[in-house]
Design a protein around this ligand. Sequence first.
Ligand code: HEM
Ligand SMILES: [Ca+2]
Ligand SMILES: [Ca+2]
Length: 300
Amino acid sequence: AESQLTTDFYSKSCPRFLDIVRDTITNKQITTPTTAAAALRLFFHDCFPNGCDASVLVSSTAFTTAERDSSINLSLPGDGFDVVIRAKTALELACPNTVSCSDVLAVAVRDLLVTVGGPYYEISLGRRDSRVSKSSLLLAGSLPLPSSPISKLVEQFASRGFSVREMVALSGAHTIGFSHCKEFTARVNDTAGYNPRFADALRKACSNYRNDPTISVFNDVMTPNKFDNMYFQNIPKGLGLLESDHGLYSDPRTRPFVELYARDQARFFRDFAGAMQKLSVYGVLTGPRGEIRRRCDAIN
Ligand code: HEM
Ligand SMILES: [Ca+2]
Ligand SMILES: [Ca+2]
């Protein structure tokens, strides 16, 4: 299906497509700077389990619990959904029933990454949206957990055609955004891999998280809002946040790529851009296998 995608898919049917998405994401990112990270994680959680088909955008109904309401997706921030819905609303006025929500999400993420300093890459278009979104179909193990051993993560990426190198490059997404205390606190207490002063600061920041589960910490403590290679420079210094971040440095299969990206940001940007292009065509639907959703939060 991915071979049927083209970069000029909407050039006749919706010539303003790219401009409309760019205007929308620019306004949103300026007013809400957490949007870029929110949308990037949303995209990963759409594509990785069952393909880039906007299945994660659908809301639950009286009859079905949608993917969005499965436990691993409950922490997806609303701003990722919101930026897609805003762009889609503007697009329905300009070119009704033409642009898929999955294409909007893929392009919105690309453009948002550029606004925070990330690399530009071409996005092929013509994805269609899923006609199903069921929490019950999201199998255990369809998304990586921070507590998973590196072998398990390598396996999860390999079964979808991603190399170890691509997995490390994609993990560089944690150069922006934040994580809730419950995702890492248990590990901080045994201090394995953490810089002691960083561990102290994390314990302090999270000391009240059971009463206030919204407390969260930047994934990249040095440049939290900038897309750069700082994530990889942090890890060898014990400044990685999640157990899976530290793990990339302890494992001999992934460590060389952490070191490579830590010293060569251009290399990281090239590999990240390539891996994002690959992720963005993973499991796409084309033609009659999908639909152009009228609203991104509901199957037609
Ligand atoms: C390698 C395995 C990965 C694991 C175990 C993992 C795990 C996590 C966890 C636990 C969080 C914190 C969520 C929260 O507390 O709200 C997080 C945040 C995030 N993840 Fe990952 N992730 C992985 C790979 C990826 C990939 C491949 C991407 C994108 C290409 C990505 C993008 C993000 C972003 C942008 C955030 C910050 C979200 C925000 O600020 O709203 N992650 N990740
Ligand atoms: Ca999906
Ligand atoms: Ca950063």
